[in-house]
Ligand binder design. Structure first.
Ligand code: SF4
Length: 363
């Protein structure tokens, strides 16, 4: 397989879901196999997602730290994300009936979009509306909870050689300067060297380093903290680095940057968390071909990793497509004869992943 990063990323997501934070499980084995709900009584909870961020920066893995109570309160608003328009409504909806323009802050864009959002929120059952003449009044059903305790970003670089570290270092410096996340980590493969090479690379000291054992597809995973991160000032003003000199002997240009205000950061963090809430990390299946007869889930090293029986290894999302030379659609007979889940095994796997995703939101 040409790109092991995809599988590595999924395994880091799986490990984080079961063992975050790393200080509590410096070395951990992820041998759970059926996706059963965790049974520990610790009220702290995490939601894991991947490939989310801002317009200019996407993180590989995102950990949303919350707790059982706050997740239960968020669950009342449904499993779909609340976009910025809906957040504007549910965060400001009053406990008593009020004409919406008297209670919602001026959105800074036409009110008709607010009305649209009110109708969507009403359809989704997350606020109540009524008409008084030609006025729409709104009332909240529940207060929108402050459910995001911390956001942690993990960059996955299984092979962190000097050149990968160089390009990663620039991105990480921008992450630290902006401080949109509360912590930033790099996850890399362990090499077994006395001093892990990642520690010798020029990564910002604010960034934590996790070393992960060689992520062979069916072997349990050990994760070690090689370097602890510094907590970032996610509630303060951030610095967005726009351009920086390359540092050559004749380069006297100045760095360009702008400030990212606290309101922008708070809004962006909540939007990211809402998207993470909806997608989780198992949404990878949506860009693959579970309807291929060779597609299955790897169960010996965890509950949800894709596995190609034709190639006898885990496949990447880019190769698992209709153009894959080994792609074979499920035979129509697999979808009949009492197959218990409508649509055949491929749909069955999608439903299984959906159920696991839902369980993580609610456990
Ligand atoms: S589409 Fe290709 S990579 Fe995906 S499961 Fe089928 S044979 Fe394997």
């Amino acid at each position: 397989m040409t790109s092991p990063e995809f599988t590595f990323e999924l395994r880091v997501c799986q490990w984080a879901e079961q063992h975050w934070p790393p200080s509590r499980s410096v070395t951990a084995s992820n041998g759970e196999s059926d996706g059963a709900a965790p049974t520990n009584t610790n009220p702290e909870r995490v939601l894991i997602a991947r490939q989310l961020g801002t317009k200019h920066r996407r993180w590989d893995t995102i950990v949303i730290e919350s707790d059982r109570q706050r997740l239960a309160e968020r669950a009342r608003f449904g499993s779909e994300r609340l976009n910025s328009d809906l957040l504007h409504v549910v965060q400001n909806a009053p406990s008593e009936w009020v004409y919406y323009r008297d209670v919602l802050p001026d959105p800074g864009y036409p009110w008709r979009y607010v009305r649209d959002a009110i109708h969507v929120a009403d359809d989704r059952g997350i606020i109540e509306t009524r008409r008084q003449g030609n006025r729409i009044e709104i009332r909240r059903k529940w207060p929108y909870p402050d459910w995001v305790r911390r956001i942690v970003a993990i960059e996955n670089k299984p092979d962190l050689d000097a050149s990968a570290a160089d390009s990663l270092s620039d991105q990480l410096q921008r992450d630290v300067a902006l401080s949109l996340a509360d912590e930033v980590w790099v996850a890399t493969r362990t090499t077994g060297a006395t001093v892990e090479p990642a520690l010798l690379e020029r990564l910002p000291i604010d960034v934590g380093i996790l070393t992960v054992d060689r992520a062979t597809e069916r072997k349990s995973l050990d994760v070690t903290v090689a370097w602890h991160p510094r907590s970032l000032d996610s509630g303060g003003v951030g610095t967005r680095i726009l351009d920086r000199p390359d540092g050559g002997a004749y380069d006297h240009s100045a760095a360009q940057f702008e400030y990212a205000g606290t309101d922008w950061k708070a809004t962006k963090r909540l939007e990211i968390a809402e998207r993470a809430y909806e997608r989780g990390w198992r949404s990878y299946v949506e860009t693959m071909r579970p309807d291929c007869r060779h597609f299955t889930l790897c169960c010996s090293a965890g509950d949800s990793l894709p596995w190609c029986q034709a190639k006898n290894q885990s496949q990447t999302s880019s190769e698992c497509s209709g153009s894959c030379p080994s792609f074979e659609p499920e035979p129509p007979t697999w979808r009949t004869h009492g197959w218990p889940i409508e649509g055949g095994p491929g749909n069955g796997l999608k439903h299984l992943l959906d159920r696991q995703r839902e369980r993580q939101r609610r456990y």
